[in-house]
Ligand binder design. Sequence first.
Ligand SMILES: [Zn+2]
Length: 781
Amino acid sequence: MEQHHHPSAPSSETRPPGAALAQRPFSRRTVLRAGALATAAVGLAGAVPGAFGGARPAAAAALPRLSRDAATAAEHVPAYPASWTVRPFNLTEVSLGESVFTRAQQQMVDLARAYPVDRVLVVFRRNANLDVRGASAPGGWEELGPAPDEQRWGPAEYVRGQNTRGAGGLLRGHYGGHFLSMLAMAYATTGDQAILDKVDDFVDGLEECRAALAATGKYSHPGFLAAYGEWQFSALEAYAPYGEIWAPWYTCHKILAGLIDAYRYTGSALALQLAEGLGRWTHARLSACTPEQLERMWGIYIGGEAGGMNDALVDLYTLSAAADRDDFLAAAALFDLRSLVTACAQDRDTLNGKHANMHIPTFVGYAKLGAWTGDATYTAATRNFFGMIVPGRMYAHGGTGEGEMWGPANTVAGDIGPRNAESCAAYNMLKVARTLFFEQQDPAYMDYYERTVLNHILGGKRDQASTTSPQNLYMFPVGPGARKEYGNGNIGTCCGGTGLESPVKYQDSIWFRSADDSALWVNLYVPSELRWTSRGLRIVQEGDYPNDETVTLRIAEGAGELDLRLRVPAWATSFVVAVNGATVASTAAGTATPGTYLSVDRTWAAGDQVTITLALPLRAEPTIDRPDIQSLQRGPVVLSALSSSTKYLQVSLYDRMGLDGSLSRGVDVDEQGYVTIGTQRFEPAFSGQDVAYHMYVQRSEKRITFAGVDSGAANPTRPDGTSFLDEVWSAAPFADRQELLERVQTTSAAWVAERLMSARDRQKVLVAVARAPFTRPAVTR
Ligand SMILES: [Zn+2]
């Protein structure tokens, strides 16, 4: 099925750096169609009185006419809540330079250009009884299923149990929604007219389907748009389980989000109008439910999975100028699972046994609801929720869950199994982290972001060109000898859907700005160019991080006072900042602190250059529940041992320690970031290669050795599991040999006094450390 090709050279149509997104007038085609939509909507709403079952009819009546003129059609930046003291840049204001992310972005842009929109529209057209133009559905879960023509039932036509064909095909439309988001963001990323044309074709096709559905008179609102009938929603309101339905609101979310993205990133007024229609239908449908009914629905496993409906509806509220836009905010709150919000707000951890990705995206919406409504319960719930995942349910690459489910709190090694870490869960946790950061600039959110986008998300994109599939993994497991679940490229799955989006928005969290434009937050060290329109600044970030330790930021255009906030990662042992060659801060001088943002506030001129030298130490990160089960990391990069063994590899590391406490002896790092320790080779988790690997190894430190000199003594252990070498090296870094010798002398004396070590072994240990060939500086590369 798949066709493979080499990534093509960048298109000549790619937007040049610095060019702004063009203002986009309505095409004549679009204006005519939108006008027809408004007319048809009013007519239909009048024709089906009472179809709302108690919802206020006004919700059906008002699909607004397009009233904006061409000059405002490309207004695509949402309003931000006042509580967001930090805000993102638009995708069009940042472009990626050459980095480890480039290959994945280029491959996805190639897919955007190659994949026919008609294929993605098949499920919608078939449901609307329109010609599918000879195309076939994408496949996977985005398929017609066994009964696409039966399943057009309206809510009044369906009685419980009437769908006897199972859930196959009942998620259709979800992948198309992601695909529309991907196209819109790929356009924002490239400025490629051909991709913009695809967005328009897609939105036009969806409008044809919506109009055809409305014309049947079967559905409760003319804004209804889906690739199956409305019955799945009414069946859920009667508590139908997965199997009779799938997850209708999950699918609705993807379509709504795709339309919002099409408006936001391409200025498509028709897309906004379709989104508003879906928002009105949603409000009408759910405001007719009782609070008890909603609470029960949203708790139903899978069937009640509403995805980010609340998130998308808040976005719609911020983007829409419609008179009834408050209804979108009200509708967002109707997706509350109050039991979970309340528990999280009280910091009661009830996640054990819950489906991870069913709930994660709802917290993006809760965070936004908190910001817009001022209800602190939402905000507290989201912050506490994040703390329940990071670090206590987070694997080294940032993923969470086993078999899509959460285990007990503070259980990482204990929850390693065959199918850890669903890709969608990481995709959505990134949204949670950045949304929280907008309101509270806790560096931990962005430490998490870097870890996850670099390792899990980039590593989730297989390094393989395809014109038919996202080439994304489903699970990114962490057990010994695991393989990434690249499968068939995950066409049509949930992770295939989120995997379409991630590579065309890598630039969305590199830089943030303060609400008053006085500060620039540099979150991620990813080569890129920022075109800060409102400040007239163009800033270029360069370097080969995370393969190399030097990052430069150059003021390419513009001037003025600016508080530059540089993220000093929590793992950074050495972070040095120079402005135009003169050092202004460093960890050594105590003026840069790991796990903070460093402020460099001054008046800048074009040509000024900031150089960050960020050491990339090799280190071992123990799991929270099993100190011996550890992940090796180099700077932000998780290193996976290449081995198909299904038992934990036993690894001894203290013998390789340098005085600075980093792993250095017998360690080799190549230019692609592959690391060899002794004879064991490790790949960067972001490699995108399909190999057997171990994300965790088992530390085994049986003997006391220093830099290759074996004392002959065993490494004794306290009853709590702490070993002699653990205690010695916990004092690293050592300024010089003498400091290490003193540490070994005092520690061994104490262990002898506590009868944990014999005096004879102590002598052996002291001889060994005195002979050990430690040199300064320790080699980290
Ligand atoms: Zn998924």
